[in-house]
Design a protein around this ligand. Structure first.
Ligand code: NAD
Ligand code: TDX
Length: 342
């Protein structure tokens, strides 16, 4: 299959491109990525000259460019491209509307005109909002997004489904829980905490640290997207998760223990605005209907992920210098200075 993957220079997209090239020998991949602060061609080191791979720099909202790419015999589109960080959406939501909403709409419209055969919209558990202490999100749970990021992803998710209903575009939507693994930008909690601790720097734990996230290794998310791409039913939504809930405090303690660092490096800092309390995904539908299963055990995969960041210091040191330094100071400077040690 000839596939347009968008956002393939980001964390999950790069892992997905690697999966397609390694394990799907009939697939050809065009990777369309704008290379924002989060896009990094180093995430694709080693595959850039693969005979079944091509990179194009550009915006998914650029209809002329997208239309021209789709005219090159593209059969399927997988849309990973997004502004993806909740804290950035709280500070400055505009880019989220541009890429996540207008960009997805442009991509859908071009795909419809080009007669694309399969379209996977990579959505998120955050569209469901926050859970209380019990219960899980199913595909029937109401969409109640909390942050501008989540609201923009909910808009994209619903636009994608509307293109199936209105125009018959064969769209599938995946909604996955929190990913971790190699190549994740060190603004997200696991790579941020691991890389700070590797440098003996404090880690900013928001609020009481008891917010719950449901973790899945990125490789398992990628096999789920690949399964939906090939075997998903148009018009259907598939929750993806590995039934792995941890409080942020538990997660932080695991990382500290693995790195042999003292709990005194935890700083309790001001909470995120509108911070969702708990996510928990029910992935029964994709397991039952597509036979997909997560393959990674959390503790072992977390250990391997920490080892990856330990070994790839030059990858994250380059990112953490430059523009990132200003971001870090803006996000955490004051919070950390006022933060209370554990
Ligand atoms: P990321 O921020 O690491 O990567 C996003 C990529 O999209 C970057 O390479 C960036 O350059 C590119 N991009 C941004 N705007 C673009 C535009 N206008 N045109 C073309 N490319 C553009 O994000 P990620 O964590 O890899 O997430 C990928 C997708 O998966 C997103 O849609 C996100 O909402 C979704 N998702 C993420 C998680 C998670 O835990 N990270 C969980 C569920 C769903
Ligand atoms: O410094 C921090 N301190 C902290 O306590 C950061 C960055 C986060 N946190 C907390 C907030 C969350 O409860 O850790 C948890 C995880 O935070 P993030 O890594 O920012 O992820 P989250 O907000 O849960 O969103 C992620 O999962 C769903 C991705 O970033 C989204 O793209 C995806 O849709």
């Amino acid at each position: 299959m000839r596939i347009l993957v968008t956002g393939g220079a980001g964390f999950i997209g790069a892992n997905f491109v690697r999966l397609l090239l390694a394990e799907h020998s009939d697939d050809e991949v065009i990777n369309l990525d704008l290379l924002t602060y989060a896009g990094n061609l180093e995430n694709l080191a080693g595959v850039e000259n693969h005979p079944r791979y091509r990179f194009v720099r550009g915006d998914i909202a650029d209809r002329q460019l997208v239309g021209a790419l789709l005219d090159q015999g593209i059969e399927a589109v997988v849309n990973f491209a997004a502004e993806s960080h909740v804290d950035r959406s709280i500070a400055d939501p505009d880019a989220f509307l541009h890429t996540n909403v207008a960009g997805t709409l442009a991509l859908l419209d071009c795909a419809r005109r080009a007669g694309v055969k399969r379209f996977v919209q990579v959505s998120t558990d955050e569209v469901y909002g926050s859970l209380g202490p019990t219960g899980v999100f199913t595909e029937q749970s109401p969409l109640q997004p909390s942050s501008p990021y989540a609201a923009s992803k909910a808009a994209a998710d619903l636009l994608a489904l509307s293109f199936r209903t209105t125009y018959g575009l064969p769209v599938m939507v995946t909604r996955c829980s929190n990913n971790f693994g190699p190549y994740q930008f060190p603004e997200k909690v696991i790579p941020l905490f691991v890389t700070n601790l590797l440098d003996d720097q404090p880690v900013p734990l928001y609020g009481d640290g008891l917010n719950v996230r449901d973790w899945i290794h990125v490789a398992d998310h990628c096999t789920a997207v690949a399964a939906v791409l090939r075997h998903g039913q148009p018009g259907e939504v598939y929750n993806v998760g590995a039934r792995c809930e941890r409080t942020n405090r538990e997660l932080t303690e695991l990382i500290l223990a693995e790195l042999g660092k003292p709990p005194a490096l935890i700083r309790h800092v001001t909470d995120r605005l509108g911070h969702d309390r708990r996510y928990a995904m029910d992935p029964a539908k994709i397991e039952r209907e597509l036979g997909w299963r997560p393959r990674h055990e959390f503790r072992q995969a977390l250990r391997q992920t920490i080892a990856w960041y330990r070994d790839q210091r030059s990858w994250w040191e380059r990112i953490k210098s430059g523009a990132y330094t200003d971001y870090y100071e803006r996000m955490y400077g004051e919070r950390l200075r006022q933060g209370l040690p554990a």
